[in-house]
Design a protein around this ligand. Sequence first.
Ligand code: G1P
Length: 274
Amino acid sequence: MVSPVSTNLYTYELLPIFDVPALQLIIDEAIGAGCDHIVLVSSRQKPGLEAYIAPSPDVVAKLRDQGRNDVADRLARIGSDVRVSVTYQDNPKGLGHAVGCARELVGNEPFAVLLPDELRGDSGLLRLLIDSCEETGKSAIELKRVPMDQVSAYGVVTVTEGSPADGPFGICGVVEKPKSEDAPSDLIILGRYVLTPDIFVDIDALQPHANGEYQLTDALLAQGLRGELLGHLTTTKRWDTGTPTGWLEAVLDAAASQPHVNHMMTEWFKKNLS
Ligand code: G1P
C-alpha cells in the first residue's frame, strides 16, 4: 500500500496552484493587506525559494510575451514595491523557533505570520487582524470552530469569560494539539497571526517540547496570560496545501475560476469520472 505523502517533503511553496506558485499567492496576500517587507524563513535545502524572489526581468518578459501580464506584474513587484528577505532556520525546531529566526529582520514592530501551507483567497482576513492589532495594541489571531474530533491537529484556545459570543475573544489559555478529550474548547488556531514584538521575549523563554520543538503556541499563551491576545472567529475559505488532497482542491478551485479552463474540466470530469 502506498500512503499519501505530505507535500511538505517538497518545496511545496513553489508548487503551482494551477498557474501561479503558492508562494506568489502568499506574497500577494501580504502585499494586499499592506505589508511592505516580507521575510521568508526558509532552509538552505530550499534554494528555489531564494531564486524565486531574486529579480528576474527575463522571466517577467517571457510572461509578458505569453500574454500573462497579471502574473508578470505580480512577480515584478517583488523587490520593487515590496522588500522580500530570506532568513534560515537550518534545524526544524518548531514554529516558535522559526518566528524567532526572523527577529532581526522584523525589528521592534508588530508583524504578521503567514503559514505558507495554508492559502486564502484574498487579503481580507489578514487586514482584519492587522486592524485589530492597530486598534487595540494586542496580538490578533484567527480562530475557527471545528468538531471536537478535529481539534487534536491544532492549537486550541480557552476564551476569557465575558467575551462576546462571536468574538473577538480575549484568550487566556492555549494548548498545542491536545487530545480531543483534554481540549479546552472547539476553537482552533489557524495559520494567520498578527503579533506584537514583545512575543520575541516570550519566544526567548520557550522550553522545548518532548519532540524538541519550540512552539509558538506557548509564546501565545504567555501573551494571553498578560491579557494581550485577541482571537477573531473566521469562516474564511482555507486550502491546506500541506496535504496532497488539500493541494489538489486548491488547484481545482483556481482552475475552475477561469472560464475557459472550467469548460475543459467539466468535459474531463464527464469523460473520466462518473
Ligand atoms: C501550527 C501551529 C498550530 C496551528 C496550526 C494551524 O501547527 O503550531 O497551533 O493550529 O499550525 O495550521 P502545524 O500545522 O505546523 O503542525
